[in-house]
Design a protein around this ligand. Sequence first.
Ligand SMILES: NC(=O)c1ccc[n+]([C@@H]2O[C@H](COP(=O)([O-])OP(=O)(O)OC[C@H]3O[C@@H](n4cnc5c(N)ncnc54)[C@H](OP(=O)(O)O)[C@@H]3O)[C@@H](O)[C@H]2O)c1
Length: 278
Amino acid sequence: MKIGQDIVKNLGMGTWYLGEGNNIRSDQEINALQYGINRGINVIDTAEMYGDGAAEQLVGRAITQYDRSSLFLISKFYPWHADKDNMKASLTASLQRLGTDYLDLYLLHWPGDTPIEETLSALHGLQQDGLIKQFGVSNFDVRDLNAASANHYFEDISANEILYNVATRGTEYDLLPYHRTHNIATIAYSPFGSGNGNEIQIPSIISQLAHDKKVTIHQLILSWILRQNNILAIPKASSVDHIQNNIDAMNIEWSPDELSIIDTAFPAPNHKEPLKVI
Ligand SMILES: NC(=O)c1ccc[n+]([C@@H]2O[C@H](COP(=O)([O-])OP(=O)(O)OC[C@H]3O[C@@H](n4cnc5c(N)ncnc54)[C@H](OP(=O)(O)O)[C@@H]3O)[C@@H](O)[C@H]2O)c1
């Protein structure tokens, strides 16, 4: 994938809802991010939206002690900041909160009203200025990518960050193949179906599989994504234990029989489904 040469592993760290608690919680979250970085997880995904900048600020605090070139920082701007001037202002603020002078990847958070030509041209300008290394989109379905495909800078779209997990497989029908054809990296968000009680409902056959493989359910469903080594998964974890569990999930192997248990519980799509978003 286009961002592959910069990414050591296909596991990154999400940051939605980080930096929104008290000092003790923030310290724990910083500790968790640093624990991940120290173990080679160098991709951090954030956005101007998360906590109105609080997540970027927390990431900025977490990364001060590291060599910037060893990290791969992703941030995203609102669709209503997708024109040249607003985008520049958003990026400047994100860089300031992160305490850095460039992003590795800058994404349009979801499709909006600004013509995509204008957005891609503005992103290209930021890239030319050295403020972002690469750019891409998020929550774009095939239709949205097709609409952008006539643009001169379409070929420069490095990644599409989308909802993808064991229970949300609609993208396997057409979007993931489209990404492969056009050399667009897939970044899978909410690999656990997000947090706060809206996690994936796990049938007993899957719990049993996790038990048999001596892994947790979270590890099982994360590793199901990680086994597809052309997809970058970005779970959010706010404790050292969860980060370690997620790192350990990178070593879980799958047999064809085990994969078919997943397919029975969560069938692959056999027709087009509109892209789901969180
Ligand atoms: N582009 C977009 O539109 C978009 C949308 C949604 C998300 N995202 C990105 O994707 C990231 C991940 O998605 P998400 O935050 O929605 O949800 P998620 O990663 O699917 O789930 C996060 C939840 O899983 C828990 N968790 C993490 N590791 C665990 C483990 N090993 N065992 C048990 N529980 C574990 C976390 O708990 P703790 O916090 O207690 O560790 C949290 O409650 C976001 O943080 C954000 O960076 C992007």
